[in-house]
Design a protein around this ligand. Structure first.
Ligand SMILES: [Zn+2]
Length: 220
């Protein structure tokens, strides 16, 4: 999954005002940031197989350290704990929201991946395979994201004159990235896929920081 991962990011930052949106953007993609680094360093492996699924070309045959269920729990606990100690003022609930955001990655991936997500080390691999249906997977990604943005839009208000438009502009940009991802040509190599992904994740974290700058939580 790509932009659908950010639905829980918008929801988390909307519901817990102490958590910045850009922190949630890093949290929900932490597993994929780790994945990209592990691909680049040879710790994990994948193949580019054009047409492997209708929606992308990734044969993720060895991703146990980033994408197994037990490691997702480890990333969530480690990330939530790191957040708790790095931002003590934010409190325990904020750290729990960040940890839940990290864990949400695995369950969102479960919907779209082919069976490549290990339930435990060496255990069965699962994945419901929505990527085999290109248009449906695109609609699900966009639909999830729009739900998250709707919640965010309703629980925050502009703090800058651009704040009226920033969520809509950012949503449009994200949908364009997803369309490029879904309909674009396969990346030439696994390393190219990992570098492109990292680049996209950090651009989106920057975009989320712009939303943090232009909007603030509504008084409750
Ligand atoms: Zn993933």
């Amino acid at each position: 999954m790509f932009i659908g991962h950010y639905a829980p990011a918008f929801a988390g930052a909307a519901i817990e005002p102490k958590v910045k949106l850009w922190h949630m953007f890093a949290a929900v993609q932490l597993v994929d940031i780790v994945w990209a680094v592990f691909i680049l360093t040879g710790i994990e492996s994948m193949r580019i197989v054009p047409g492997f699924t209708a929606a992308n070309h990734f044969d993720l045959y060895h991703v146990p350290y980033s994408h197994s269920l037990p490691m997702s729990v480890v990333w969530a606990i480690a990330g939530g704990a790191a957040y708790y100690f790095a931002r003590r003022g934010a409190g325990r609930t904020a750290a729990l929201v960040v940890g839940a955001g990290i864990l949400s990655h695995w369950f969102a991936d479960l919907i779209v991946h082919t069976p490549d997500l290990e339930l435990w080390f060496g255990g069965p691999k699962v994945g419901l395979g929505l990527w085999h249906y290109r248009e449906i997977s695109l609609i699900v990604e966009v639909g999830l994201l729009m739900g998250g943005v709707y919640l965010y839009q309703n629980l925050t208000e502009p703090s800058h004159r651009l704040g009226e438009y920033s969520p809509g502009l950012f949503l449009g940009f994200m949908i364009a990235l997803q369309a490029f991802n879904t309909f674009g040509a396969p990346p030439p190599t696994p390393n190219a896929a990992a570098i492109t992904a990292l680049f996209a994740y950090f651009i989106l974290i920057g975009g989320a920081a712009m939303l943090d700058y232009t909007r603030k939580p509504k008084p409750r």
